[in-house]
Design a protein around this ligand. Structure first.
Ligand code: NAD
Length: 297
């Protein structure tokens, strides 16, 4: 298949590479020339704009940081909407349901079908093609792009309704964010009281407190102090805020998630927008005066 791919960052670079390795002809675009160069070195073809990508292929995928970036790339000047060949716009970014619906309508007016397909599973999942892919949109149109989506992960059909995949993704991500924030508080408390963080994780993972932070994130990025999972606290804060907005519109109270948003906001304020999602433990460590680390073996 000929596939366009826009947004070659932490997630997109791996997904585009996997599509090339699966034998697809991949046309790429990013605002960073270096990101394009990395992919053309692996056999991708460079385009000069999102419209250039959409002139060349029927299926354009995107993995972009913010809802505003997706709106601009999809429907702005020199955007996908201006492409001559494009029929499907498959959005792998997290944008929230409202933006997905807005883009769906704008593209539909030009006979382009938007399929919102946010993903979960982190950079590791993107690298190994094990992402959870949450597709929503017309079923027949999803079927047409499914062979390509299967290269990046397991495809779940969420609904015919545009934006439903986004709602699914936000529900998943606020649980992931909550696990990271709550585990940070519990681990800092234990360490300050004199517990060994390695023993704490072993016990929690054998007990009922286990979650994605205790099973994976703490041992990979907090205990060694590397803070490098490749998903920024700023992007997670974006997702948590999108979820809060959606819950508010639906009339659903979210007191826990409000508190989680404060934790991620504090992390971005004190450690910068590029801080890793795992850095959410650091403002707590600073205030408690201890660090949840183990020396290298
Ligand atoms: P990233 O910031 O690493 O990558 C985004 C890429 O988009 C960058 O290469 C950037 O140069 C490019 N870009 C930005 N604006 C552009 C524009 N106008 N035109 C073309 N390219 C543009 O972000 P990421 O971590 O790869 O995340 C991408 C999306 O996937 C986000 O919506 C994020 O919420 C979601 N996501 C991320 C993870 C993760 O673990 N990193 C996991 C699941 C979902």
């Amino acid at each position: 298949m000929d596939i366009g791919f826009i947004g070659l960052g932490n997630m997109g670079a791996h997904m585009a590479r996997r599509l090339i390795e699966a034998g697809h002809r991949v046309i790429v675009y990013d605002t960073r020339q270096q990101a394009i160069g990395n992919l053309t070195g692996r056999g991708a073809i460079a385009a000069r704009s999102p419209a250039g990508v959409a002139d060349a292929v029927e299926t354009v995928m995107a993995s972009l940081p913010t809802p505003e970036a997706v709106l601009a790339v999809a429907t702005g000047p020199h955007g996908v909407i201006e492409g001559k060949r494009v029929r499907h716009f498959v959005d792998l970014s997290t944008t929230g349901a409202e933006m997905a619906q807005r883009i769906f309508k704008l593209l539909a007016a030009r006979n382009i079908v938007q399929i919102d397909s946010p993903v979960s599973g982190g950079v590791k999942g993107a690298e190994h093609g094990t992402l959870a892919v949450m597709a929503s949109g017309p079923r027949g149109e999803i079927a047409a792009v499914e062979p390509a989506l299967k290269v990046i992960g397991k495809v779940f059909f969420i609904s015919e309704r545009p934006g439903a995949g986004q709602t699914m993704k936000l529900a998943n991500n606020v649980l992931s964010a909550t696990a990271m924030a709550a585990t940070s508080e519990a681990m800092v408390m234990g360490v300050k009281a004199g517990l060994d963080p390695r023993v704490m994780l072993e016990v929690i993972n054998a007990g009922t407190g286990r979650n994605t932070a205790t099973e994976d994130k703490f041992s990979r990025a907090v205990l060694p102090g590397t803070f490098n999972l490749g998903f920024t606290a700023a992007l997670m804060l974006k997702d948590v805020k999108l979820c809060l907005a959606e819950a508010k519109a639906l009339g659903v109270p979210m007191a826990v998630i409000e508190a989680v948003a404060c934790c991620f906001q504090l992390t971005c304020d004190e450690f910068g927008a590029e801080a890793d999602i795992t850095a959410v433990v650091q403002p707590i460590e600073t205030r408690a005066g201890v660090k949840v680390r183990t020396p290298p073996d």
